[in-house]
Design a protein around this ligand. Structure first.
Ligand code: C2E
Ligand code: CA
Ligand code: CA
Length: 649
């Protein structure tokens, strides 16, 4: 950021220099004008005084001149001795001949002869030379002669010098004062400028550089890179589910969270790396890699690891996860803009792959991103045109072997690409509000189907519906579910909502409130994919839930490994009074182990593939038939372990 620091203070410095020179010139010019004025006015007043004196003397000289009495004239002139400024005075007769002369002591012969009527006529206004004035000597309006008075400017010069010294002093003081004021102003201006710059380039909440500063620096470093032969890695970091924290814990907590993420990030990178907040919950780190050693992996890992520790927010321990996408220069892009868009694509991939992960840019991602964008557009159309379908995967009771429920799994037959897995398109829908529309479509259709199979067969086979985080965040989610139940006529007791742990953890207050309402109405709540999130059974007991679904990954590992975990989950769930569902049961040994381990319900390809409504109806019918046959033969040796899907020995 050094570039900005140097530009403006230089400008202020030269501006203030210009100001000082300006003030000095103004003072010199005004002093010169004042000095000239002073010189003129001093000389004018000396001239006036000399003229007055000459006039007075001339009046007293008329008689002496009339009678040619030189002595009397000299006596009159001798009075001038008391006036030190009068250097000499001469009386000339009508013909212009000098009649009598008076000269002050110490006046040279040459100077004595200077006072002539001609000299008096050419007296200057701006000069420090002697002042010559003349006055006519008259009697009864008859001119008898002329008196010429020469006044010395010695005193004038002294006065003028004194004035000049005073003026110089005053100007110097003015200059000093203005310099002092200007220096202070300059300091304040510098401060203000630095503050403005800081504000323009800094994020006020976290103190990190802001988007503008970051991209300017990025641009600069990318430009310099070929010369220094150094590499750069751009790491983009997005706080997962930040909106949820903001919505549930409030904006103050949200701000605190961002500040603490900022501090953690700063601690996780080296001092040569730049950390910046470039958006609401988006941060960026520019990793400087001088030797092109590709340290990006360690930096990205450092970041994820540092942020994995729980943060204290309002006395609550909150676990924040982030999605990280990064791209490298010059490997992934040729310029700054390319580097940013590559990192963006990688970040998008990280978010879509379930968040809480770091993903490096790969060129193939561009095509994937394009595909996602196309799928999102097509999915929107498919929902509008009612082109989606639902498959129902049966769930069986481990003790009776009876069909007790079915999970609704959305299906999409793309007109060009064929069937697309919900594992691909549901996350796409989840990245926008499309999931809300999709979720409600599934809910409405599935409730209608469940009513159909239960009504037709007189059964009570429940319906499980998957609910996404974004749906639960909708303030009217509960209301719309109840409305759907009312419209379709499905009994609330037959509806099970499957929620994931992370969804609950991120929405604690909101989730608890909505869940209480569901529970009160008889709707059951199930925790899906249990064991993959931050499984905390003791925490889960705060939620009004009814059921746990052990994640497929644990069931898959049975019976060879995974037994201790699954046993622990089953026994803890039972101690909290929860029903345990094992999903993804694929082979008989898994089923056998689960039944023996006291699992309550199973769901999987072994017991039943996802099927149509007709498939579920057929299962119910087959079950009725079996039960009827069993009653008819009165054969009870199997100890109640019958079922359509669960095969028991
Ligand atoms: P899920 O909720 O965990 O659903 C179970 C998934 O496991 C389903 O995949 C199902 O077909 C599959 N499965 C069932 N038994 C077995 C088995 O024995 N072995 C194996 N390997 N897989 C089995 P599906 O239908 O592809 O759905 C994938 C995910 O998509 C679901 O995972 C769920 O998270 C999501 N999803 C599906 N339908 C909806 C929906 O209507 N709404 C929402 N929000 N998500 C849905
Ligand atoms: Ca599910
Ligand atoms: Ca699941």
């Amino acid at each position: 950021m050094k570039r900005y620091e140097t530009v403006t203070p230089k400008l202020t410095r030269s501006l203030s220099r210009v100001n000082i020179v300006g003030v000095a010139i103004a003072l010199i010019v005004s002093s010169a004008v004042l000095l000239i004025y002073e010189a003129i006015s001093l000389r004018a007043s000396l001239t006036d005084v000399a003229r007055l004196q000459a006039a007075m003397v001339s009046e007293n000289l008329s008689a002496a001149l009339m009678f040619g009495d030189r002595q009397a004239a000299a006596d009159v002139l001798r009075h001038l001795r008391s006036l030190p400024y009068v250097e000499s005075a001469a009386v000339f007769d009508k013909k212009g001949a000098r009649f009598v002369l008076y000269a002050h002591e110490g006046i040279s012969e040459l100077e004595q002869n200077e006072g002539t009527p001609e000299a008096a006529q050419h007296s200057k206004r701006l000069s420090f030379s002697d002042v010559f004035v003349s006055a006519p000597i008259e009697l009864n309006r008859q001119r008898l002669g002329t008196v010429v008075l020469v006044a010395t400017t010695a005193q004038l010069k002294t006065d003028f010098a004194r004035y000049a010294v005073f003026l110089l002093g005053a100007s110097a003081s003015a200059l000093l004062i203005s310099r002092f004021i200007m220096t202070r102003m300059k300091l304040r201006l510098n401060d203000a400028e630095r503050r403005l710059e800081y504000l323009a380039l800094t994020d006020p909440l976290t103190g990190l550089s802001n988007r503008r500063a970051f991209f300017e620096e990025l641009d600069c470093r990318v430009r310099l890179s070929p010369r220094t032969r150094s590499g750069l890695t751009l790491v983009l970091i997005d706080v997962d589910d930040f909106k949820t924290v903001n919505d549930t814990l409030g904006h103050v907590a949200g701000d605190e969270l961002l500040q603490s993420v900022a501090a953690t990030l700063r601690g996780a990178v080296r001092s040569t790396d730049i950390v910046s907040r470039i958006g609401g919950d988006e941060f960026a780190v520019l990793v400087y890699d001088p030797a092109q050693k590709h340290q990006y992996h360690s930096t990205a890992e450092n970041i994820i690891r540092a942020l994995a520790r729980p943060l204290e927010l309002h006395g609550r321990s909150v676990r924040v996860t982030v999605s990280v996408g990064f791209s490298r220069y010059p490997g992934d892009a040729g310029d700054a803009a390319g580097l940013v868009s590559s990192a963006d694509v990688a970040l998008y991939a990280a978010k879509s792959s379930g968040k809480n992960t770091a993903v490096a840019f790969r060129p193939a991602m561009i095509a994937e991103t394009q595909r996602r964008a196309n799928l999102e557009r097509d999915l929107r159309v498919a929902i509008e045109n009612d082109e989606l379908g639902i498959a129902y995967q049966p769930q069986f009771d481990c003790i009776t072997g009876n069909l007790i429920g079915a999970e609704a799994l959305v299906r999409w037959l793309h007109p060009v690409e064929g069937p697309i897995s919900p594992a691909e398109f549901v996350p796409i829908a989840e990245s926008s509000d499309l999931i809300v529309t999709l979720g409600m479509w599934v809910m409405r259709r599935a409730c209608r189907d469940a009513l159909e199979w239960n009504r037709a067969a007189g059964a009570s086979v429940s319906l499980s519906v998957n609910v996404s985080a974004r749906q639960l965040r909708q303030l009217d989610f509960g209301e719309s579910v109840f409305q759907t139940l009312g419209e379709t006529g499905l009994h609330p007791k037959l509806l099970v909502l499957e929620l994931t742990e992370s969804l609950l953890m991120a929405n604690v207050d909101l989730a608890t409130e909505v869940m209480r309402k569901f529970r009160a109405a008889g709707v059951r709540l199930s925790i899906d994919d249990f064991g993959t999130g931050y499984s905390s059974l003791s925490y889960l007991q705060h939620f009004p839930i009814n059921e746990l679904k052990i994640d497929r990954s644990f069931v898959c590992a049975l019976p060879a490994s995974g037994q201790p975990i699954v046993t622990a989950i089953i026994s803890m769930a039972h101690s909290f009074g929860l029903t345990v569902v094992a999903e993804g049961v694929e082979n008989p040994s898994q089923l056998e182990w689960l039944v023996a381990a006291d699992c309550d319900v199973v769901q999987g390809y072994l017991t039943g593939q996802p099927t149509t409504t007709a498939g579920i109806l057929a299962l119910i019918a087959a079950q009725h038939e079996q039960l009827g046959a069993a009653a008819a033969t009165d054969d009870s040796h199997a100890g109640a372990r019958h079922g359509t899907g669960v095969a028991h020995d």
